[in-house]
Design a binder for this molecule. Sequence first.
Ligand code: SF4
Length: 87
Amino acid sequence: MMSKPFCRKCLLDSLDEDEFIRSLKGYISSYPKDKRCSEEEYKRRLEICKECKQLSFGMCTLCGCYVELRALKINTFCPDSVDHWEI
Ligand code: SF4
C-alpha cells in the first residue's frame, strides 16, 4: 500500500506520527553528501547529544532541532552557551 505523502504545512495535531518519523528519516538519509559532515564526526556529535540533559525525544530543547538532522550538517554547532560538540 502506498503511504500518504508527508504534508509540510500540517501542524503536529494532524500528522501521522509514524509517517512523520519515516519522512524525517528519509530527509536525513537523502541530505546532500557535500553538505554533510563525516560519518565519524556525525556519530561523535550524536554520542554527546545522547548524554546531554537538553535532549528530549530526539529534539534539542534549546533550539528545537532534531539532533540527528542538526548534527549532520557541516557548518553547524551545538546551541548551548558552551558548544558541547567543540569541547
Ligand atoms: S545540540 Fe548540544 S545542547 Fe542540544 S542536545 Fe545536543 S549536545 Fe545538547
